[in-house]
Design a protein around this ligand. Sequence first.
Ligand code: 5AD
Length: 347
Amino acid sequence: MQDVYGLIDKLQETHALSKEEWVQVLESRNAAAASYLFEKARKIRETIYGKDVYIRGLIEISSYCKNNCYYCGIRRDNRNAERYRLMPEDILDCTDEGWRLGFRTFVLQGGEDGYYTDDLLCDLLGKIKSRHPRCAVTLSLGERGEASFRRLFEAGADRYLLRHETANSEHYAELHPSEQQLETRKACLAALKRIGYQVGSGFMVGSPGQTTSHLAEDLLYLKQLDPQMVGIGPFIPHHETPFGTYPAGSVELTVYLLGLIRLMLPHVLLPATTALSTLDPQGREKGILAGANVVMPNLSPAAVREKYSLYDNKLCTGEEAAESLQALRERVERIGYTVVVDRGDYR
Ligand code: 5AD
């Protein structure tokens, strides 16, 4: 058996590990091995993307959701969640403001809300693209049918984010009610790839019931899917959910996983997520220094930000707010990286 350094070297050379090796590289980690990993992760990210950090303007279009994920604050059964939905005109205003600020990618994210029909979204995509022809639009609207994904792609959507949440079906069933199935999620991701989207998947770190073996399966699944983007962040409890009293995931493990994912998928677009910054004021910096190259400030109208409450204390001000881009730029500069005005496509 190789030690943790040998496994990190192997991952750097072959971009793959076996399930047993993933478990070992996770379980035998320590601070020195993490520094060793992060240095390699930064080097590889810099050969592909230089020192650039890409920004995405996140527009949270709806807090209505028909799903009932046990971890999520906007789940259907949360009677105390304040619901809102943005109208197309509101969303267009957000993109205008975002473009002015320097955003060249807009992420439209929301709960699974039937209000946003294909017709509505196609019309909206056409308007966004005609007002800002050089922007990229990412959708993050949950599961839809393949025909719907196809229409949205043809209407101008470039990318789609849909985390798999966990690649183990028993664990998936611990996190979701039975009407939600891992197979459906995976079929959506396969369809999105087939259609030609730049696809993002990912999972929460430290979700209730998660084991190292589950994480190894997540990494194997990501390797097989070969997505252009991977979003991971620590689980954070929301008090109005069945998991309200569970402990939050670990920042240290999340950052270590970012480094591993960078070595496994060298070209991947990898955000330092809001959840990471929510748990640790230095989370964004730690993520970038571990190989992350994307940040996603909040571009939603200020009046609704508090209502898109996936977990407790979710940040939506300070450097997480699109209008504080200058402060974000300065913080990124301080660690030797540069926020760029660019679509930030996969290379
Ligand atoms: N903690 C951390 N992340 C969460 N998400 C949903 N609820 C939580 C939570 N309690 C993540 C899911 C989802 C993304 C939009 O937000 O992974 O895919």
